[in-house]
Design a protein around this ligand. Structure first.
Ligand code: ACO
Length: 331
């Protein structure tokens, strides 16, 4: 209770950010040696120039671990202080245990709740939304939220329509309960009716078919259809987010979007009438790292000194499912 006798609102404040990219960099020119493509085509259609690819044996939880160590250090939080770990991923190390459990043990945070969230490229924002609810209800005070992916493991390197798009990487944030400032609202949406437009149709319950084994473990995407749905959904969710907070687009300091395609990012920036100088772009260097992309961009924005305490930041993402979502925060 505050001095007026009303319950004080609790926010989830980002206390620290971290990220990690695998060492191996694959350029567009490297890809042009294996499929019929060119640096010009990829850069013009997507904005991507290069992507990082995990080394053999390097897993999603390995990337998550490095990003988490950096976020914990930045926040000044010890692993044993964590009440919860939420990890957004669509490329877990194993079917089970979850990558969140593998990460938890490696961090030395045994005992706290830990689970994965699979919402494709929206995984980090879905995870952030869940973590925010735990903090706001008082059930947790310190939460680690991670987005980590090794998407290149399920890319068909002979399919030029998809292999040029994806990369590996991880980002993490430590959220702490705070009475002053933090996440103002989160918004999650899904439409399972469009699943065939962007999916990997292999799974446990549908059964593994031996003859489809190699052809099946691959991302399949109707690119231009996904593009149209992504722009529409993101326009709608940014409008919804501003309206929910009685804010105008001119109030925003930064847009930190999912990094799938520079043209999609520019469309959202245009909708918000934001100059590209106020938009964090990493897609040129990272490609699409799915759940990793928003926290990777956020960490870069924080560590470069672009995003400062007190500024209003809008995060958004769109991915397979379809899923899409946003978070508005006072950093
Ligand atoms: N190099 C050269 N040519 C290519 C390549 C390539 N790498 N890939 C496709 N082409 C060709 C196509 O074959 C086609 O040729 P055609 O006209 O002779 O048939 C032509 O280029 C145009 O293809 P489009 O698919 O219409 O190209 P488009 O401008 O739509 O760009 C892209 C494709 C980049 C995939 C775009 O549609 C896109 O970014 N879509 C959205 C992706 C996205 O946001 N995904 C969501 C998140 S991912 C997740 O959740 C896992």
């Amino acid at each position: 209770m505050n001095q007026t006798g009303t319950a004080q609102r609790v926010y989830s404040r980002i206390a620290g950010t971290g990220s990690y990219l695998p060492e191996n960099v694959v350029t567009n020119d490297d890809l042009a040696k294996i499929v019929d493509t060119s640096d010009e085509w990829i850069a013009a259609r997507t904005g991507i120039r290069q992507r990082h690819v995990a080394a053999e044996g390097e897993t999603t939880s390995d990337l998550a671990y490095q990003a988490s160590l950096r976020a914990l250090e930045a926040a000044g939080v010890k692993p044993e202080e964590l009440d919860l770990i939420v990890l957004g991923t669509t490329t877990p190390d194993l079917i089970f245990p979850s990558s969140a459990c593998l990460l938890q043990h490696r961090l030395g945070a045994n005992g706290c709740g830990a689970f994965d969230v699979n919402a494709a490229c929206s995984g980090f924002l879905y995870g952030l939304s869940v973590a925010d609810k735990f903090i706001r209800t008082g059930d947790a005070k310190t939460v680690l939220v991670v987005g980590s992916e090794t998407l290149t493991r399920m890319v068909d390197w002979e399919d030029r329509t998809t292999c040029v798009l994806f990369g590996d990487g991880a980002g993490a944030v430590v959220l702490k309960a705070d009475t002053d400032t933090g996440i103002l609202s989160t918004h999650m949406h899904a439409d399972g009716g469009k699943k065939e437009l962007l999916w990997n149709p292999v799974g446990v319950s549908v059964g593994f078919k031996e003859d489809e084994k190699n052809a099946g473990v691959r991302i399949s995407m109707a690119g231009s259809e996904v593009f149209k749905h992504a722009v529409r959904a993101l326009d709608s969710v940014v409008d919804e987010t501003l309206a929910a907070n009685n804010l105008d687009k001119s109030d925003l300091d930064w847009l930190i979007p999912h990094q799938a395609n520079l043209r999609i990012i520019e469309a959202t920036a245009k909708r918000l009438e934001m100059p590209m100088e106020r938009v964090i772009v990493t897609v040129d260097r990272h490609g699409n790292t799915s759940s990793g992309s928003v926290p990777l961009a956020l960490d870069e924005a924080v560590r470069s000194g672009k995003v400062e305490r007190g500024q209003l930041v809008l995060l958004e993402a769109f991915g397979g499912g379809f899923t899409w979502g946003s978070a508005l925060l006072r950093y």
